[in-house]
Write a protein that binds this ligand. Structure first.
Ligand SMILES: *[C@@H]1O[C@H](CO)[C@@H](O)[C@H](O)[C@H]1NC(C)=O
Length: 363
């Protein structure tokens, strides 16, 4: 009995993973994935031959224990010698075959910067329970983000920037409880940011610029304790800037430029941890709060192209550091104060206001 069992196990082992290589079903899925793509210049798929897809298949790696395919890493812009030899960056056409969803142990899927890959993100991708990294930046993917994306409980990185994705941010999005890095930049995504965005408690970078996202900035975002970089620029965001953004522990970059935001600039933003603040090209009004002080440290503060009135706050000279300041194209009036940081700022920072005049040589 024992012998029979042993022979049986050996048989099963042999069938499932020949020579410790990948299972034939994983190999078949990879070959179907390859068949839907066309890479004319570099020959990256030339190595995808033979039975053992776990060794020497360009961009493929397997889990050392299970011998299942765990990572697909295909980057069209990389330092790999294959690119140096060809003297060019990558280009690929075709589409991402849903057969990839048969790689049920996949933990990271990177198909980045191939410029010509079209079609949709396969909907079945949300059935890959171990997926941690999905990086599809720099292709020509269209269609929507899969509605049940929230099923990817282990997902830490979602990067689909520089594609042609449309539709709304699905409401299931806010269930991505491990998401740390989100990049949706430069697509055609519309509709609002889900009100429960604050549930994304692990998020540290949220880059959504260059879409058609509308509606208010959800106040719940202020609950995201780890958020360091929030970029909502070049969208159609409306409403006021939530003052609680200036109370966030580690928020260092806040880009809200090129939207339709109104109301006044919250005083909290000017005394916060934020060091890069761009509020340019909105419809902000009222005075610039006169609250700068020792905690104000700005590499960049751009308030240009708004409807700001009143004087330049005197307290600006009390800020620890102001690298780049832009107050142009507003309705400011009065004297430009003397002293740091005004000594090193250019006249263009103050251009096109109603009645600014300088003690310095700026004008
Ligand atoms: C702020 O945003 C505007 C509009 O998008 C852009 O033109 C400007 O360069 C940005 N300012 C800085 C200092 O990066």
């Amino acid at each position: 009995m024992k012998t029979v069992f042993t022979i049986f196990s050996v048989l099963v082992f042999t069938v499932i993973s020949p020579a410790n290589g990948c299972p034939p079903s994983d190999r078949a899925a990879l070959l179907a994935f390859k068949a839907a793509l066309h890479e004319p210049y570099l020959g990256i798929f030339n190595s995808w031959t033979g039975t053992d897809c776990c060794h020497n298949w360009y961009g493929v790696s397997c889990d050392p224990q299970s011998h299942r395919v765990a990572d697909i890493n295909l980057r069209g812009e990389s330092e790999d010698p294959i690119f140096e030899r060809a003297h060019r960056t990558g280009f690929m056409t075709g589409f991402i075959s849903p057969e990839i969803c048969k790689l049920t142990r996949l933990s990271s899927l990177t198909i980045a910067d191939w410029k010509g890959i079209t079609g949709e993100i396969p909907k079945c991708i949300t059935s890959l329970p171990f997926l941690r990294i999905l990086d599809l930046i720099g292709n020509k993917l269209s269609g929507e983000i899969p509605a049940d994306i929230g099923r990817l409980k282990r997902l830490t990185v979602l990067n689909v920037a520089d594609n042609q994705l449309s539709g709304r941010i699905p409401s299931s999005f806010t269930s991505l409880s491990n998401l740390m890095h989100l990049d949706l930049r430069n697509n055609k995504i519309s509709g609002p940011i889900p009100g429960k965005a604050g549930d994304l408690s692990m998020l540290s970078r949220a880059l959504l610029s260059g879409n058609m996202i509308s509606g208010p900035i959800p106040v719940s975002i202020c609950r995201i304790y780890r958020l360091a970089d929030l970029d909502l620029s070049m969208n159609k965001m409306s409403g006021v800037i939530p003052p609680c953004l200036g109370k966030m522990a580690v928020l260092a970059t806040l880009n809200l430029d090129c939207n339709m935001l109104m109301g006044t600039i919250p005083t909290t933003l000017l005394t916060s941890a934020i060091g890069n603040l761009n509020l340019s090209r909105n419809a902000l009004e009222g005075n610039i709060p006169d609250v700068f002080g020792l905690t104000s440290y700005f590499t960049v503060i751009d308030l240009s192209h708004n409807k700001l009135r009143g004087p330049i706050p005197r307290s600006l000279s009390a800020a620890s550091y102001i690298g780049h300041l832009d107050l142009s194209y507003n309705h400011l009036c009065g004297r430009i104060p003397a002293g740091a940081p005004f000594d090193h700022l250019e006249a263009s920072s103050f251009m096109y206001n109603d009645c600014l005049c300088g003690e310095t040589d700026l004008f």
